[in-house]
Design a protein around this ligand. Structure first.
Ligand code: GLV
Length: 361
């Protein structure tokens, strides 16, 4: 995306609406819109925002408590946030100047989008750029869990290895098994593509069936949720978190899975009922789990921490050097576009742009 500085004419014209953007002394000195960056982000993204806005950032890298977030956001026109910041009705009601929230993430379940839309506040996210990285990590979790890599690593580090044994650290084969993908969106498709190299059979379930060309390319079989859960050897979750998908996997779902099944979750924690997962693992209802996300992050059920057949990661599926940087830049580009009257490339609530007082023309 190419960015150009807003003209002083443009800035002057915005003043008619918001009073926040205006020119002083013939358009030379510009009082710039205030934006907040709630957490530590890459310098490039901060520098980009500083070209256009008066920026307050939080290099402390701990989430602001709700009251501090409100305090900081009160006089801001825009915010670049992370998935740890809760933007709800209460926050919005204290921030009358807010015109835009740009999240550095693809998932935006921490933002009350409906409340933003009612207040004509634009919301943007960073889709696409993290798909391959997240799919890579889903596979990292899957392979590590199936082949007990973390357990084996700890075995060596704690000096327990005495020598090669035929029957030590037996894991589960991945090749030629059935991979069940819940949610065949962009990330789910990338996960499926990688499964072809392992000669796996792919089942998928979703609210809508994929178009024939995608099904053909991936060799995916569209099945209902119960069939997928009961027949898959590996079940990986790629659904967005919302009311329909909260506890998408709970006691009833674990009950139909194979005892040798392995569950992978790199979507959002509350998609899995964590207590039901602990019970399923404890009772041997399933063989293992690879988790990147948790119901109450950063809290993790103690029982999961104590289980050897569970691989745990601290919500890092998109955390590669290149991808996290691109996500931050993309979020900055969204914010610049939205607050300078252009259509932000990744607007979630497009209905707001049509009615926003910031729109050009
Ligand atoms: C990460 O979890 C994201 O939603 O981008």
């Amino acid at each position: 995306m190419r960015l150009s500085r807003p003209s002083s004419f443009y800035l002057a014209s915005r003043d008619l609406f918001s009073g926040s953007l205006r020119t002083i002394s013939g358009g030379q000195n510009i009082m710039r819109p205030k934006v907040l960056i709630t957490r530590k982000v890459f310098d490039e993204a901060i520098a980009m925002l500083k070209q256009y806005f008066e920026v307050e950032d939080n290099q402390g890298d701990h989430p602001f408590p709700p009251d501090v977030l409100i305090q900081k956001l009160k006089d801001k026109m825009g915010a670049m946030i992370l998935l740890t910041d809760r933007i709800d009705e209460d926050v919005l009601s204290h921030c009358p100047k807010l015109k835009m929230i740009s999240i550095v993430a693809v998932g935006y379940n921490n933002i009350d989008v409906e409340a933003c839309t009612r207040r004509r506040i634009m919301v943007t996210n960073t889709p696409g750029v993290l798909d391959d990285t997240t799919a890579d990590f889903t596979w990292t979790l899957l392979l590590a869990t199936a082949r007990r890599l973390v357990e084996a690593d700890q075995y060596i580090r704690s000096s327990q290895w005495e020598g090669w044994r035929l029957m030590e650290f037996l894991g589960y084969d991945v090749h030629h098994k059935i991979l069940g993908i819940c949610g065949l969106g962009r990330i789910g498709q990338r996960v499926a593509r990688r499964a072809k190299g392992f000669d796996m059979k792919i089942y998928y379930t979703d609210v809508v069936r994929a178009v024939p060309s995608v099904e053909k390319e991936l060799g995916g079989l569209f099945v209902d949720k119960k069939t997928l859960l009961s027949e898959s050897d590996f079940i990986t979750l790629h659904v967005p978190l919302g009311p329909q998908t909260t506890h998408y996997i709970s006691t009833a779902e674990f009950a139909v899975m194979k005892p040798t099944a392995i569950l992978i979750n790199a979507s959002r924690g509350p998609v899995v009922d964590e207590k039901a997962l602990v019970q399923a693992l404890g009772e041997g209802r399933i063989a293992g789990a690879g988790l990147d996300v948790y119901e109450r992050e950063p809290e993790v059920e103690l029982a999961l921490i104590q289980m050897k057949n569970v691989v745990l990661a601290p919500h890092i599926a998109s955390a590669s050097h290149g991808t996290r940087g691109r996500m931050a830049t993309m979020a900055a580009e969204n914010l610049v576009a939205g607050l300078t009257g252009r259509l932000p490339p990744n607007l979630v609530n497009s209905e707001v742009f049509g009615s926003s007082p910031l729109r050009d023309g």
